[in-house]
Structures are given as C-alpha cells and as structure tokens.
Design a protein around this ligand. Structure first.
Ligand code: DQA
Length: 151
C-alpha cells in the first residue's frame, strides 16, 4: 500500500513556526515515528511552498497511490486550482489541519478542498496525520474485501 503525505506552504517550519499553535515537533521527526508505526505501508512525504509543485505531485500520485493525506496550509483557503486537482484525481484524499481552523480567523473556516476530499481531520495536532493514515489503511482493506481480493 502506497500513501503520500503532502504538506503545503510553511509546513517545512513545523517545530519552529508558532509552536503554541502548531506544536514543538518538526515534521521530519514525526514522520520517522509514523513510518515505524506503519511498517507495512510505503509512506512518501513531500512538502512544497509552491502551489504548482503541489499540483504536479497530486497529478503524479493521484492515479497510482492508494491514499493521499493533504495539508495544503493556507492554499486550503485560497486555491481553486488545488481543489480542481483533488476533484480530478482518483486516489482518495484526506484533508488534515494541525490546528482547529474553525476556532481561528474567519478566513480559515472555508476550505476549497473539503468537498472533494473523502473526509477532514482538524485540530488534533500531528496526530491527525496518523489517524488519516490509519483510516486509509482500513479503507484499503475494506475495498479489498469488497473486491474479493482477500486471501
Ligand atoms: C494549517 C491551517 C492553515 O490555516 C494555515 O494556513 C497553515 C496550517 C494547519 O495545519 O492547521 O499553514 O493548515
């Protein structure tokens, strides 16, 4: 099973950026623990501050990967292009936000992506990524059963 974790702008600064909102851990450290927690899953991590690079990655993985965990950062609230890409691909996408965007400024309450994502996890810190991966793994097993691919 292949799952892509895709982080958008400023998320390269996790651990240093407003730790009172986003926590004290870098994503790289968290990702090591995540890989250890899911040894049978091939987890890929990609981060970019550039909208086009995120679009390219969605196009590249969005027909082959089994799941995508997407935190598009501020592009969540602005990008019709990313929303179109999420709608265009076949791979299920789970939207994650570290902070509770609904408890923050009004401009963060709207997500252009949510309607095309399978679901959203917000406000649970980095734990949200782990829960999203767990769901995608379970979802994959359920689809296999439905398709009769179980051993
Ligand atoms: C964020 C929330 C966004 O509003 C913000 O622009 C981010 C991070 C989150 O994970 O809480 O960059 O996506």
């Amino acid at each position: 099973m292949n799952i892509l974790i895709l982080n958008g702008p400023n998320l390269n600064l996790l651990g240093r950026r407003q730790p009172e909102i986003y926590g004290p851990h870098s994503f790289d450290d968290f990702f090591l623990g995540l890989k250890a927690a899911f040894p049978h899953v091939h987890l890929e991590y990609f981060q970019s501050n550039h909208e086009g690079a995120l679009l390219d990655k969605l196009h590249e993985s969005g027909f082959d990967a089994d799941g995508i965990v997407l935190n598009a950062g501020a592009f969540t609230h602005t990008s019709v292009a990313l929303a179109d890409a999420v709608a265009a691909i076949r791979t299920p996408v789970v939207e994650v936000h570290i902070s509770n965007v609904h408890a923050r400024e009004p401009f963060r309450h709207q997500s252009y992506l949510a309607a095309s994502c399978e679901g959203s996890i917000v406000g649970l810190g980095l734990e949200g990524y782990r829960l999203a991966v767990e769901w995608l793994v379970r979802r994959g097993k359920i689809s296999e059963k439905i398709e009769g691919k179980e051993d």
